[in-house]
Design a protein around this ligand. Structure first.
Ligand code: GLU
Length: 298
């Protein structure tokens, strides 16, 4: 009997050690975190007729607008300062195609609500951060792409069975980011009267964990990254209710730059680079690479 007990406690000890070791090495299947081999930096690039490209060249740096709190897509490691994620890799690939090495990229964090202002003022040259292409935004900024298509979904506490889709949100406290298409849809479709908004989705996720809200709504790709951090606490409902085609935002009138960035996206989709970047970032959470979306030139 005593022997049995000690064997069992040995088993428990081993399990605890294995978990601690697993945690130290990063949770298996959680997206991002690994450096991704870069694309070759193009030489002697010219983009005739692009004022934004001319100013990047003169500066010797490309200012890239990003998010820094969206795991799998765009996240900054607080210790190393390194950015990782699919959006970041798409940005680096485009930068390389324009002749800018990774160390010539200056990252600027811009929340959803400030994107159109930041781009139209010229605070950033390009913006890559879960940025849905739509007609109202096209009045103020230009979009290359789409380079990915997400869909609006819901993140809930893992033990909450009451929320199963957008029609089950009445009376619930729902959090999203200011200036985003998901918060706009919740209001337009009157999915709940109780909307809580923050600048960043990670603040919504904290509120969900703390019990101040019942659901976070935004693109499934973003929510999956948060759920993967603590799968025992958070769960994505998995019923998407919109299409969110992600574009690379830039100056609205710089058509030459838009065409060039579309060429680079097209090439990456054709030669397998797109799939490699997906597999090394978002794909780590277990979702196989989809077909890359067709580029829409306008
Ligand atoms: N893709 C949506 C949007 O552009 C939600 C994600 C975000 O806010 O970045 O509004």
């Amino acid at each position: 009997m005593r022997r049995l007990v000690s064997l069992r406690s040995l088993g428990v000890l081993l399990a605890v050690l294995a978990m601690a070791f697993g945690a130290a090495c990063g949770r298996e299947g959680s997206p991002g975190g690994q450096p991704v081999a870069g694309s070759p930096v193009a030489q002697n690039v010219q983009v005739p007729g692009s004022p934004v490209f001319a100013s990047m060249q003169q500066r010797g740096r490309l200012i890239l607008g990003v998010k820094n709190d969206q795991p799998g897509l765009g996240i900054q490691d607080p210790t190393t300062g390194q950015y990782t994620g699919f959006d970041i890799e798409i940005g680096r690939m485009v930068a390389a195609g324009l002749g800018f090495a990774p160390e010539q990229i200056e990252y600027r964090v811009i929340p959803s609500a400030a994107r159109e202002d930041a781009i139209s003022r010229g605070d950033v040259d390009l913006y890559v951060g879960t940025y849905t292409i739509n007609d109202s935004r096209k009045q103020r900024v230009g979009f290359a792409g789409p380079y990915f298509v997400a869909g609006q979904d819901l993140l809930v506490r893992a033990d909450d069975q009451s929320i199963t889709g957008p029609q089950t949100l009445q009376g619930k406290r729902v959090c999203s980011a200011t200036g985003s298409t998901p918060i706009q849809r919740v209001r337009e479709q009157n999915l709940t009267q109780n909307v809580v908004e923050f600048q960043n989705y990670s603040q919504c996720v904290d509120a969900l964990r703390g019990g101040q809200v019942d659901a976070v709504t935004t693109d499934n790709a973003i929510l999956q990254g948060y759920a993967a951090q603590t799968p025992d606490q958070l769960r994505v409902v998995g019923q998407t209710f919109s299409e969110e085609p992600y574009g690379i935002g830039m100056n609205r009138d710089d058509v030459a730059l838009r065409n060039k960035v579309n060429d680079l996206l097209q090439q990456a989709e054709n030669d397998g680079t797109w799939t490699r970047l997906y597999n090394e970032t978002l794909g780590r959470s277990g979702t196989p690479a989809p077909q890359p979306p067709p580029i829409e030139r306008y």
